[in-house]
Design a protein around this ligand. Structure first.
Ligand SMILES: Cc1cc2nc3c(=O)[nH]c(=O)nc-3n(C[C@H](O)[C@H](O)[C@H](O)COP(=O)(O)OP(=O)(O)OC[C@H]3O[C@@H](n4cnc5c(N)ncnc54)[C@H](O)[C@@H]3O)c2cc1C
Length: 389
């Protein structure tokens, strides 16, 4: 059981203060309008250093540990998942460049990511390849000092607002080189909903939730990128570079799930004390009390798994097993907790006016993105088996 030191509690308190003051008052109405997070909120997050946390001081970041990132993520997601999710993009792009980029690439992009001037999106999934990362087909062909990109990507969240996309592209079409034929290319682009026709076009994908962050289907057509934007400067490393950032991304995603579940739980707890039936608050019925007890226990179990994975990572040890377990468990947990929260609201849980529906809709995404639960279970199971020699 992780008991947080005072320093961590201070970080949590500050993040909660920001979320309550700046995000909570607008989250519900914007959600019901299907609106994106206001850019002002993103700017305020940047000013608070939330995008700089994982970037070392050497590159104008704050050099904070994974547990700190976990706490901030949890607090932001407790109020609005999409706000906690903005940070995911900085972690992925920042991690790809920090772990796999050349020194020149680090100096070029990391300070901008830390300050919020560079807003990244992660462009990996394709219409015909989702879980099968090694099956990506978007083609990047080297021509002199450029790469020419052709092909579709889909579900690319934040692609409209991003000015940098880390695109997983096939540089070697040899079918026998699935994993080894992929490279990560940093694509600089103009932000905006119109993209850059005719070379980059895109359209938002209508969804059942997660409205604050829109996801897009994209198409690259003879899109030119300077060859110097190949992350790491050597072709064929893209798949491995991506796997290298998944530990942090999964821990942060588990933290997002804990935050959403906590938000749903608190809303249900409050409602249960206010809603009167049979002449007393429904919170006095044992069935409701037990529901709340199970919800709180499940959330705490998810939180502890997540903190443990973060601490293991921060200690420098391999933590893919723990990160996978945290993501797997929290995805189930948040689905269950948000559904129970909606149930406690009764008919009002189904109404747009009350907050329960937001948590429930957002809670469903966790079994799908950042690796589906089926794939997550594969990751965990592989680590439980004896390693093949
Ligand atoms: C709201 C949202 C935001 C997203 N944001 C991004 C983003 O910013 N960038 C990005 O690149 N992607 C993003 N994604 C894409 C997401 O990562 C993929 O949807 C996910 O990886 C699953 O891929 P798929 O949708 O193609 O499903 P598929 O891979 O086709 O899977 C379909 C079903 O088959 C199961 N399955 C597949 N393979 C196996 C297997 N080997 N064993 C057992 N079961 C299997 C899956 O678990 C799933 O249940 C986002 C998705 C959503 C919905």
């Amino acid at each position: 059981m992780t008991v947080l030191s005072g320093e961590y509690e201070t970080v949590r308190r500050e993040a909660r203060k920001f979320a309550e003051k700046e995000v909570a008052p607008i989250a519900h109405d914007l959600y019901n309008e299907g609106a994106e997070i206001p850019m002002e909120i993103i700017k305020k997050m940047a000013n608070l250093g939330y995008f700089a946390m994982a970037i070392p001081e050497q590159y104008e970041g704050l050099g904070m540990d994974t547990l700190t990132i976990t706490l901030v993520t949890e607090e932001l997601s407790r109020v609005w998942l999409s706000v906690g999710s903005v940070m995911t993009r900085m972690l992925i792009a920042g991690g790809l460049i920090l772990n796999g980029g050349t020194e020149e690439q680090k100096e070029r992009w990391l300070p901008g990511i830390a300050s919020g001037d560079v807003l990244p999106a992660a462009a990996f999934t394709e219409p015909n390849a989702g879980s099968d990362t090694a099956g990506m087909q978007l083609r990047a062909v080297r021509q002199g000092d450029k790469y020419i990109l052709n092909g579709p990507k889909t579900w690319i969240t934040f692609a409209n607002r991003a000015n940098l996309m880390t695109v997983l592209a096939r540089t070697d079409p040899d079918a026998s080189k699935r994993h080894k034929g992929l490279s990560m290319i940093a694509v600089e682009k103009k932000p905006g909903n119109d993209f850059m026709p005719p070379h980059l076009t895109g359209a938002p994908i209508p969804t059942i939730g997660y409205y604050g962050m829109k996801s897009f289907s994209l198409n690259f057509e003879d899109f030119e990128v300077p060859a110097e934007n190949l992350i790491g400067g050597v072709e064929g490393r893209g798949f491995y570079q991506l796997m290298g950032v998944y530990e942090t991304a999964r821990i942060q995603t588990a933290a997002r799930a804990v935050g959403v579940a906590q938000g749903a739980f608190e809303a249900a707890l409050q409602y249960a004390q206010e809603r009167q039936q049979f002449g007393r608050p429904i919170a006095e019925f044992q069935v409701i009390q037990h529901k709340l007890a199970h919800m709180a226990t499940d959330i705490e179990a998810g939180r502890q798994l997540t903190y443990y994975a973060a601490q293991k990572k921060d200690s420098g040890q391999r933590s893919d097993l723990e990160a996978g377990m945290a993501k797997l468990f929290c995805a189930d947990m948040v689905e269950k907790v948000t559904s129970e929260a909606l149930q406690i609201f009764g008919g009002y849980g189904y109404a747009m006016e009350y907050p329960a529906h937001r948590f429930w809709r957002d809670g469903r995404i966790f079994k799908i993105f950042e690796g589906t639960s089926e794939i997550q279970a594969e990751v965990v199971a592989k680590r439980l088996m004896p390693e093949k020699k």
